[in-house]
Write a protein that binds this ligand. Structure first.
Ligand code: NAP
Length: 203
């Protein structure tokens, strides 16, 4: 992660808004897009402040790190928006478990494995999917530690970049390793999903 890294959130619903809130709180600039265009995001952006920039989806996709905060059923169409995702980190926040026809689409694959196939060239990081959006965005009361976000990727470099960003956003990052191992634990209904954990310094 460098000072020049450009971040974007695709999706302005529950999770996209929660992520935008985290970026705002940390003072990190982020672009945000949906399928309807920047005008539909102006109210959200105004409520959050100048560090959240509503853009077109095409502009968002020019970023280096893109949070995919869209319904699982929209992932294939999202993937088709670029011919080649090489050089981009895509943070897959989707939970296929709640999506209709997920079993037919996944055919035994984990959702992040599926995302890697339909976004060719992208470095997929599974993260920010394991808590309800409201919980993720809620501030932990002072003295109660930092909220834990689990991070999994087949790319150690991408995992480490997203873990670093997670810490910059004021959270605690726990890297779980490869998608087929750690990622499995944070795919709903995996053992680490819906665990609202906080990390505190050892005394
Ligand atoms: N809600 C939660 O608590 C929660 C928690 C963890 C993970 N998740 C996961 O996060 C994802 C989003 O959930 P949500 O509750 O935020 O859904 P949501 O409120 O329905 O919002 C979905 C957003 O995705 C956008 N979108 C759809 N297709 C798109 C595309 N091809 N390109 C760009 N944007 C697109 C929609 O844009 P338009 O408004 O233009 O249609 C909308 O802004 C889901 O996969 C869900 O499983 C949700």
């Amino acid at each position: 992660m460098s000072a020049d890294t450009r971040y974007a959130i695709a999706g302005t619903g529950n999770l996209g808004s929660a992520l935008a809130r985290l970026f705002t709180r940390a003072g990190v600039e982020v672009s945000i897009a949906n399928t309807r265009g920047p005008h539909s995001i102006s109210e959200l952006a105004t409520s959050l402040g100048a560090t959240v920039r509503p853009v077109t989806l095409a502009e968002a996709l020019a970023s280096d790190v893109i949070f995919m905060a869209i319904p699982f059923g929209a992932v294939e169409a999202f993937g088709n928006a670029l011919p080649d995702w090489k050089g981009k980190i895509v943070v897959d926040t989707t939970n296929a478990h709640y999506a209709p026809d997920a079993g037919d689409i996944l055919k035994g694959r984990l959702s992040a494995q599926y995302a890697a196939e339909v976004l060719p060239g992208a470095q997929i990081v599974k993260a920010f999917n394991q808590l309800p959006a409201q919980t993720l965005a809620a501030e932990v009361p002072s003295g109660h530690g930092k909220r834990v976000v689990f991070v999994s990727s087949n790319s150690e470099e991408a995992s480490s970049q997203i873990a670093e960003l997670t810490r910059t956003l004021g959270l605690s990052a726990v890297e779980l390793g490869r998608i087929d191992e750690g990622g499995r634990l944070i795919q709903v209904p995996g053992a680490l999903t819906l665990r609202n954990l906080t990390e505190q310094p050892l005394t």
